[in-house]
Design a protein around this ligand. Structure first.
Ligand code: ADP
Ligand code: AMP
Length: 218
């Protein structure tokens, strides 16, 4: 099964993708994580995208489609959760073509619906483990022991450079201008499943499970 988690920055895509990995053995493909890795490694592409990411703008379709293509080649059997990809109609078309070329299909697009004020609260309280990538929040999901990751015990907890009010404004604008048309695109393909992303993390996870297990043929 291959699914997309669609929603604005801070909607909970990464949080839910990690749960789906744990609970269903699926693989999270986050283009944001891949680009951050490229930056940290200091590769030519990483250097090229750094300024764009810090400003909250989208990097080119060509770069992210290339990253996804590599991953699909590495694991032709599928079982992917696309997180933060596609973000434009051109990326959505490219994903359809890539999956078809690998004999795969898209099974569901889960749209996480969260209002803008809540997104600002979520982004401003977000921190992640620099070692294992677990996602936390100052108020709604703090680590059990302050300063220490629940999952791997690392004390390397970080805040993202683009989780600031200025970049968030640009990221939201990019979402509404370029990514939100995908809601209609996937609705028309009969693949769209909206979920209330405002509910607590466990409830959102249950709603997603209901969608995935309740689909015809699943
Ligand atoms: P995205 O990947 O869509 O940008 P994240 O999964 O990183 O979003 O979540 C953004 C922030 O909101 C994180 O700090 C996370 O802990 C928190 N969060 C995620 N889902 C929920 C939820 N259902 N309720 C409250 N906080 C949440
Ligand atoms: P994310 O981790 O999904 O919030 O992404 C962080 C940043 O990486 C975005 O603000 C963009 O600059 C870039 N990015 C991630 N995924 C994409 C994508 N599919 N298309 C274009 N830019 C992306």
């Amino acid at each position: 099964m291959n699914i997309i988690l669609l929603g604005p920055p801070g909607a909970g895509k990464g949080t839910q993708a990690r749960r789906l990995e744990k609970e269903r053995g699926m693989i999270q493909l986050s283009t944001g994580d891949m680009l951050r890795e490229a930056r940290n490694s200091g590769s030519e592409m990483g250097v090229k995208v750094a300024r764009i990411m810090d400003a909250g703008e989208l990097v080119t379709d060509e770069i992210v489609i290339g990253l996804i293509e590599e991953k699909l080649q590495e694991r032709p059997g599928g079982g992917f959760i696309f997180d933060g990809f596609p973000r434009t109609l051109a990326q959505a078309d490219a994903l359809g073509d890539l999956l078809a070329r690998h004999g795969q299909a898209l099974d569901a697009v889960i749209e996480l619906r969260v209002d803008d004020d809540e997104l600002v609260r979520r982004i401003s309280g977000r921190y992640t483990c620099g070692e294992c990538g677990e996602v936390y929040h100052d108020d709604t999901r703090p680590t059990k022991v302050e300063g220490k990751c629940d999952k791997c015990g690392s004390t390397n907890l970080k805040r993202r450079a683009d989780d600031n009010p200025e970049a968030l404004k640009t990221r939201l604008m990019e979402y509404y201008k370029k990514t939100s048309p995908l809601i209609g695109y996937y609705y028309a393909k009969g693949l769209l499943y909206p979920v209330n992303g405002l509910a607590p993390i466990d409830t959102v996870a249950q709603e997603i499970a209901l969608v995935l297990d309740g689909r015809p043929g699943s």
